[in-house]
Design a protein around this ligand. Sequence first.
Ligand code: HEM
Length: 492
Amino acid sequence: MGMEMELGSWVWMSCATLLACYFVVNTFGRRVNEWYYDFKLGHNHRLLPPGDMGWPLIGKTWHYFNNPHLFMDNLISKYGEIGMYKTHLFMKPTIILCNLEASRKVLTDDKNFRLAYPETAITVVKTILYEVSSEDHKRFRRLVTSPIMGYNALAMFVERIEDIVVNSLQRMASNSMEKPIEVFKETKSLTMRVILQIFMGSHNQKIIDQVENLFGDINDALFSWPIKLPGFSYYNALKNRKMVEKIVNSVVEDRKMMLENGEILSEKKDLVDVLLELEDVNGRKLKSEDIIDLLILFLIAGHLSTATVIMWAMVYLTNNPLVIKKAKEEQEEIVKSRPPSQQYLSIEEIKQMVYLTKVTNEVLRMSDFAIPLSREATTDVNINGYMIPKGWRTVVWQNACHMSSKYFKNPEEFAPSRWDDNNKYTNGTAFFPFGVGTRMCPGRDLTKMEMLIFLHHFVRNYKFEQMNPKCPVSYFPLPVPNDNCLAKVSKI
Ligand code: HEM
């Protein structure tokens, strides 16, 4: 009896102690991070915007990672629509910006802010575009991106892109005959082929397949935890990156040889050839490792994002039959008025795709990108009455502007006609899927052109049926349904 009593009170005491510990840790542990930064900033901590710093080290990363939209909704409902919130993400104290003016100020201020992506993304992407000074960046970027800036420069790639698109849609339709396909995998493969074509002129199916396989892990690791242990995505990504480097290196060496032997005509130069011939002000050529890094940057930056928007374009169009009808009419009209001998789309025809361009704008606006556009303050900066302390990261939450009723009437509605008055939005600058300032995406024209060529064929010849339209979406690195958009694509 005595033993039983002792055991009972021991159990009771243990439970009470555990409960007390939980209460103390939950109440105070959560605030330690906040106290730590308040202490570090002294009086200035009062100038910070409101927000939640979360737990020490991990901060609120888990919540953000899990569902950035829910995370942002919670911040806004708790602290109001003030447009700036403090938090702690990816191991750094962070100010999230939802306000348009503040976002643009930060993204265009290269003097007081520098690029600051999480360690995993910087190490995996690794490029001299991120390392050079802001002056060198401007000049260097202009040179390396000239082959893809503007529709006229891109004109030489239209045929190659169209061939890839047509093959890809045919493949989707023929594979869908057996069972539904994971459409996101297909669009990823499509955009990877386009990038490899443009940048390395690679027709080699073996190289395309190898690079495609290695990229799965690389993409997953961009916003992962920086854990270099077997089994973790960061570790796998670094391993795979090394293998991609080897493959790209062999392409670079081949092209070097071809250039030296005069086997590449000047009008047939791909980006790799332009990079190989590039000289700095002192007449020095780029090092092979820098060329390889740049090509890998273009591969990473260029295929996943475009694959995502092409996939969402199919979803949005299918859910809006009137839009698809109007888009189809425009495209049929374009094809009808071309000479019978013309096989491929011309750049002039692409420029005539006025309605389809509105569709692509609307897809880009609604695609829900959660890419945190990240900068770090190099000095204390005051914006809208709040302080961004030196060393803190800022994250621009584009979605807050793209889905704001202040800028877009009925923002939840997929309405290409809102772009009838194009200038209203583009001049208002609330629409910036490709960023702003000196880092603005150099791949924007290529993306728009890929989308237009794809949709030109899709609306005229194919239909799409999603198997789980309500499937939950994962947001990192980009928003994709958890079933990879399982669907049937079939010929009309
Ligand atoms: C839907 C498609 C795309 C979206 C939404 C997108 C978005 C962006 C954004 C927002 C930035 C600016 C990042 C910042 O300010 O920190 C950026 C930069 C960049 N993008 Fe894209 N992008 C897309 C497609 C592409 C393509 C197709 C390419 C290349 C072929 C590309 C190459 C790059 C590069 C190289 C940078 C870095 C520029 C620099 O630091 O100077 N992107 N992109």
